[in-house]
Design a protein around this ligand. Structure first.
Ligand SMILES: Cc1ncc(COP(=O)(O)O)c(C=O)c1O
Length: 377
């Protein structure tokens, strides 16, 4: 089916762009000399995972137990659940292990480490390190790090698998040079934590780092064993703003219909509002044209931006499109379609159960496949 006939709003995934983004990251990571454990929390799709890892055999990262279940059901066994585990999820984790998952759990808490060690299940566990984002994780030079390591190492069936950190604060950077500095802080924190664990006499085989910006721009990965970028596969307008992707590399758009004109106000409405696009305003951090409101309005056939149009505000199911020039109302009659490049693709994609896949390379095309996603928890 040609995408012009799809019911809107819906997701269009440009497979040629996706594949190029995946290939480019694979090359980049190879040059860095580390393993790639892509984060699948953005795409949540087994079809995408198979392109991003080596068939079913590469390791992946997930952010929910639901994703871990789904990817295991789809034959991917090497899974790191990169959100701190709580004791109430250990039975579910063990059931994944019993079904063949090579599952790695994450903690930054001595009590949870004790619960894991005392559970009786065969668990591999990473300790989360705070490298400056100040979300979760222990500081690399803290006494808690060695306390948790000691508890996990003493667990009869528990394997201390290593350390994991995420430089989410790369997203506060506004230049490549700033990202290079944060990427080095990330590496240094993970390596310091690993060195301290080893000096205390414990194993620390995995040293895991990575956000898309830090992997793209890191200068040095000495001591790191794997990286976990994720959003690079699809890209979005925030990634364009911080320079990890260009507009013609953004692989995901929301197909939407023009539902109303307000010529006197130089506005039109589309059927993609806050639910279809998300209310993420990440690009508000940028000035001028790099702030695309709730999304950049692009041409149905070429995926090129249309005359500076952006989604200026959203209601639940309405998006208000405007621009700083007269809108091309005659080219966009009510019922015509446009494609929106989202601000933050992880949030936008989460509202949909599937992707309409085209081989477009930025262009127009037939839907060649429909790929499922796993949402929820
Ligand atoms: C723990 C962890 N690792 C890796 C990633 C992937 O980073 P990015 O979204 O920049 O690709 C994330 C993203 O939030 C994360 O939370």
């Amino acid at each position: 089916m040609d995408i012009n006939h799809l019911s809107t709003p819906t997701l269009i995934l440009d497979k040629a762009r996706l594949q190029r983004n995946i290939d480019a990251m694979a090359e980049r990571v190879k040059a860095l000399g580390v393993d790639l454990r892509p984060h699948l929390k953005t795409t949540k799709s087994a079809d995408v995972a198979r392109l991003a890892v080596d068939g079913n055999f590469g390791g992946i990262t997930v952010a929910t137990m639901r994703e871990a279940e789904y990817f295991l059901e789809n034959g991917i066994t090497d899974i790191t659940y990169a959100v701190c585990i709580v004791p109430s999820k250990l039975d579910q984790a063990l059931s994944l292990v019993d079904r063949g998952a090579d599952l790695k759990l994450l903690t930054d808490n001595a009590d949870v480490a004790g619960a894991i060690a005392g559970h009786g299940g065969l668990f591999k566990v990473l300790i989360e390190i705070d490298c400056g984002e100040h979300r979760t994780g222990v500081l690399p030079d803290s006494p808690e790090l060695l306390e948790i390591a000691g508890i996990l190492a003493a667990g009869e069936k528990t394997e201390l698998a290593g350390v994991l950190t995420h430089a989410g604060h790369t997203y506060a950077c506004r230049s490549k040079d700033e990202i290079i500095v944060v990427a080095e802080d990330e590496r240094a924190a993970a390596v310091l934590a690993a060195d301290r664990i080893r000096e205390a006499g414990h194993p620390c085989p995995t040293v895991s780092t990575g956000s898309t910006p830090s992997v793209m721009f890191a200068r040095n990965t000495d001591g790191v064993t794997e990286v976990r970028p994720g959003v690079y596969m699809l890209g979005d307008m925030f990634q364009v703003g911080i320079g990890t992707r260009s507009i013609d590399e953004v692989a995901l758009t929301v197909l939407t219909s023009v539902i109303a004109h307000r010529r006197d106000d130089n506005q039109l409405y589309i059927d993609a509002g806050g639910l279809a696009l998300s209310k993420d305003r990440a690009t508000a951090a940028f000035k001028g044209d790099d702030d695309v409101g709730y999304g950049l309005v692009c041409d149905l056939k070429t995926t090129k931006p249309i005359a500076g149009l952006r989604v200026a505000s959203v209601h639940q199911e309405h998006g208000l499109v405007t621009g700083d020039r007269p809108l091309p109302f005659d080219d966009l009659p009510v019922g015509s379609k446009v494609r929106i490049m989202p601000n933050h693709v992880c949030m936008t994609a989460a509202a949909y159960d599937s992707y309409n896949v085209i081989d477009g390379d930025g262009g127009f095309g037939e839907v060649t496949a429909v790929w499922g996603r796993c949402n929820g928890w």
